[in-house]
Design a protein around this ligand. Structure first.
Ligand code: HAM
Length: 404
């Protein structure tokens, strides 16, 4: 037997229903916030992710599904959606339409060669949104509010953590202060953190090693060293969240695993799903469009992990729906098809191809959760009628096939 690859999962029956419910709910809400669908390829040039997600990130450094294609191109299965959307935005020259705003949503598979565990897959699915052209912190708030709406509609509880990652004005001084601090306690930091002091010191802040975390309690915090613009935005964001009654905590160590963020960064976490508790993450990335050769365009976005919320989503009750059509003898079966075609214009219809007794048809209708069981037997065939049972109202009647 050939199985799916390690860390990759099929979505069959029950899971696929959850998947579709999550995606359709998220799409419905994203549309209310003015987002339009965008589709980008799964395969991109490797340099796209090196330049955006960052060479020193774990995603690019350790986790890419990267290979040479038959034409000798260095390509990669996308580990996330933002880079491809920004590339498409620049390629379509939307960055040149400076007075316009563009808001895109997408969903689809992402690939990261991580060590699989509960909630951590090598192929997983994200639903994401990217908003281009809006520098105001009101947009950061609106995106957070939209994610809150999505989780509420899905019946999912969450904790929201926010931070500011500063900007080109305040980040360099902070980074230097942090490097000075880290260099002093270098000998006590783990191997990864030691490497990161020179490659990406900010990432040291979210090291999972307990010893490193205890050393970091005294580290300088970016939030205390923000420039006026970043500080005002952070204050405004917290004020907006409070007014909207959205609970949050400021996590000064929240740095995100992707290098393109500045200013607002956030994560939604769930206490119900184990160690891999982040169910959505995102933030502002005002420099990325420029970094990918476009005209400077402010941007903010997020993505949620569909598999991570599949286990905790509250599914709506499924009501009986549509028609089950059956016949009691072979000659009556052909008569079902024109009736099925007509009913299918407005209803869900399933046809049973085997002649069966009435009791078996009622069981069949139950199995497919149909509201109506409609059966043609010998008498009905002769009279041009059909017997119908409403399985909700528990009523039965025989009507002419012409009005069915
Ligand atoms: P991310 O935090 O890397 O952000 O991923 C977003 C979400 O994808 C996570 O919160 C998690 O729910 C899910 N996820 C990540 N890795 C895995 C995995 N191995 N298995 C299962 N689920 C996973 C991004 O990808 C950014 N592109 C988000 C963004 C959009 N920022 C701005 N715009």
């Amino acid at each position: 037997m050939i199985n799916a690859l390690r860390g990759m999962k099929d979505l069959t029956f029950e899971e696929s229903q959850r998947f579709v419910h999550i995606v359709t709910t998220a799409i419905g809400i994203a549309k209310k916030y003015g987002y339009n669908y965008i589709e980008t390829p799964i395969l991109e040039e490797t340099k796209l992710f090196k330049r955006s997600v960052g060479e020193s990130s774990d995603i690019v450094g350790k986790e890419m599904y990267q290979f040479e294609d038959k034409g000798g191109n260095d390509v990669c299965m996308r580990p996330e959606g933002t880079a491809g959307v920004v590339r498409a935005f620049v390629q379509a020259k939307l960055d040149r339409r400076q007075n316009e705003k563009f808001k895109f949503y997408y969903y689809g598979p992402m690939f990261r060669y991580e060590r699989p565990q509960k909630g951590r897959l090598r192929e997983f699915h994200q639903f994401g949104c990217e908003s281009f052209g809006e520098a105001s912190v009101y947009e950061d708030f609106t995106i957070i509010q939209m994610i809150g709406d999505i989780f509420s509609a899905l019946g999912i509880g969450y904790k929201l953590e926010i931070n500011s990652l500063g900007c080109t004005e305040c980040m360099p001084t902070y980074r230097q202060n942090l490097v000075n601090f880290l260099t002093e306690c270098q000998d006590d930091l783990c191997e990864d953190c030691n490497r990161r002091i020179s490659t990406n010191p900010i990432r040291v802040l979210d090291c999972k090693n307990e010893k490193c975390q205890s050393l970091l309690t005294d580290s300088p915090k970016l939030i205390d060293n923000l420039c006026d613009s970043c500080d005002n935005d952070m204050k405004k964001l917290t004020q907006l969240l409070e007014t909207a009654n959205i609970d949050y905590t400021i996590n000064t160590n929240l740095v995100r695993g992707l290098d393109y963020y500045n200013k607002t960064a956030f994560e939604f976490v769930s206490s119900e799903i184990g160690a891999q508790s982040a169910i959505a993450g995102g933030g502002r990335y005002d420099k990325l469009v420029e970094f990918l050769d476009g005209k400077a365009t402010p941007a903010v976005g997020f993505a949620l992990g569909i598999e991570r919320i599949m286990g905790i989503v509250k599914m709506p009750e499924v009501n009986r729906e549509g028609y089950y059509l059956g016949a009691m003898d072979q000659e009556a079966i052909d008569a079902l098809f024109p009736l099925a075609s007509k009913k299918r214009l407005t209803n869900k219809v399933e046809v049973e191809y085997e002649p069966k007794k009435l009791k078996a048809h009622l069981k069949g209708a139950d199995r497919v959760n149909a509201r109506y069981c409609a059966v043609i037997g010998e008498d009905e065939l002769k009279n041009g009628t059909i017997w119908v049972k409403d399985l909700v109202e528990k009523e039965e009647y025989t009507i002419s096939q012409s009005v069915f």
